[in-house]
Design a binder for this molecule. Structure first.
Ligand code: MBD
Ligand code: FE
Length: 308
C-alpha cells in the first residue's frame, strides 16, 4: 500500500507508517486491523486527554494481565467472548440455519485430554464432602433421534469455585471427564454440585472490574463440549437454577434455554441404583446437535488451550 505524505496530517502519517501500510511485507489484513485499532486508541487518548501517567498505568496493566495469565479471563468479563457468540448466532439466523441447543462461551478454564469412558464416569475423586450430583441426559439430532458415539466433554468447578489444573490443590483432571454416548445417545456422570466462580480477588481482572463498579462472579455452572461425526460442534454450559448470580453473570454466559433445575433425590432405591447410596442432587440436561456436511464444523474453534 502506498502512502501520499502530502495529503496526510502528522498523526495520519505516523499511524500509516507504524502499522506498516507503506511496507510491501507483512500481512495486509493484520495491517488494516492494526491501523484501525491504533487510530481508535489515539482518538481515545485525545478525547479523554489521557495523561502520561494514565497511559503507562495501562501499559503496565497489560504486563500484569500477561504475568497472571488473565487475558482470556478479562475477555470473558468484558463481554467480548459473549459478543463472539452473538455474532455466530446472528450469522446462523441470517443464513436461516437450524439451531439446536444454544451455544455459550467456553471460558478460559478448559483442559484438554480428560479421561474418556463409555456412557458413564465418576468425575470427583471423593476428596471433598460436597453434595453428590447425578448429571445426565441425552444427545439427540434435530428430529429427536439419539446420537450414538457423541463425545460429551464436561468440566466444572469444585465446592470452592476452583477448577483443577488452575487450582493446584485438586487432583489431575478432577471434575473433568469425557463420556461417549451409547446407542441410546445417553450420558451420565456422578460428581459433586459445583459452586459459582469468582475472579481471583488480587488479580488484574478483578482490579479492572472494581474500577467499573462490577463484581467478578459467575453462577454455579457446568461446561460442555458436545461433538459427533456429522454434526456441528457445540460449546455450551448449563447454569444451575436458584443461584443468586444466575442473571448476574460477570461473563454473560447465561441463556434461558441453558438453565437446569437441580432436583433433590431422596429415593433410596434410586440412590442405590446410581451407587451414590445417599440423598443427592439430580441435574438433567439434553442436547440437540445440528447436522453438518462440513467436517470443519465438527471440531471446536482453534484457540490456545491447556494440554492441546
Ligand atoms: C469460569 O469458570 C468461566 O466459566 C468463565 C467463562 C470465566 C471465568 C471462570
Ligand atoms: Fe466455568
Amino acid at each position: 500500500m502506498s502512502v501520499n505524505p502530502a495529503k496526510q496530517t502528522e498523526l495520519e502519517s505516523l499511524l500509516a507508517i507504524s502499522s506498516g501500510l507503506n511496507s510491501e511485507q507483512g500481512n495486509e489484513r493484520f495491517k488494516a486491523i492494526m491501523h484501525q485499532v491504533l487510530s481508535d486508541l489515539c482518538q481515545t487518548i485525545k478525547k479523554f486527554d489521557i495523561s502520561d501517567e494514565e497511559f503507562w498505568l495501562a501499559v503496565n496493566y497489560l504486563n500484569e494481565l500477561g504475568e497472571r495469565k488473565e487475558a482470556a479471563l478479562l475477555a470473558a468479563g468484558l463481554g467480548l467472548e459473549h459478543y463472539l457468540d452473538m455474532r455466530a448466532d446472528e450469522k446462523e439466523a441470517a443464513a436461516g440455519q437450524d439451531v439446536g441447543t444454544p451455544r455459550t462461551i467456553e471460558g478460559p478454564l478448559y483442559v484438554a485430554g480428560a479421561p474418556l469412558s463409555q456412557q458413564y464416569a465418576r468425575m470427583d475423586d471423593g476428596s471433598e464432602p460436597g453434595e453428590p450430583m447425578w448429571l445426565h441426559g441425552q444427545v439427540r439430532d434435530l428430529e429427536g433421534n439419539p446420537v450414538a458415539g457423541a463425545i460429551v466433554d464436561i468440566w466444572h468447578a469444585n465446592t470452592l469455585g476452583g477448577y483443577s489444573f488452575f487450582d493446584q490443590s485438586q487432583s489431575e483432571y478432577h471434575l473433568r471427564r469425557r463420556v461417549e454416548t451409547g446407542a441410546d445417545g445417553r450420558y451420565a456422570v456422578r460428581s459433586i454440585v459445583p459452586c459459582g466462580y469468582g475472579c481471583p480477588p488480587d488479580g488484574p481482572t478483578q482490579k479492572l472490574l472494581t474500577q467499573l463498579g462490577r463484581h467478578g462472579n459467575r453462577p454455579a455452572h457446568v461446561h460442555f463440549f458436545v461433538s459427533a461425526p456429522g454434526y456441528k460442534h457445540l460449546t455450551t454450559q448449563i447454569n444451575l437454577n436458584g443461584d443468586a448470580y444466575l442473571w448476574d453473570d460477570f461473563a454473560f454466559a447465561t441463556r434461558e434455554e441453558l438453565i437446569a433445575d437441580p432436583v433433590k433425590i431422596t429415593d433410596e432405591q434410586l440412590s442405590q441404583a446410581r451407587k451414590i447410596n445417599q440423598p443427592h442432587t439430580e441435574v438433567s440436561f439434553d442436547f440437540t446437535l445440528v447436522d453438518s456436511a462440513e467436517t470443519a464444523e465438527e471440531t471446536r474453534i482453534k484457540r490456545a488451550r491447556v494440554m492441546e
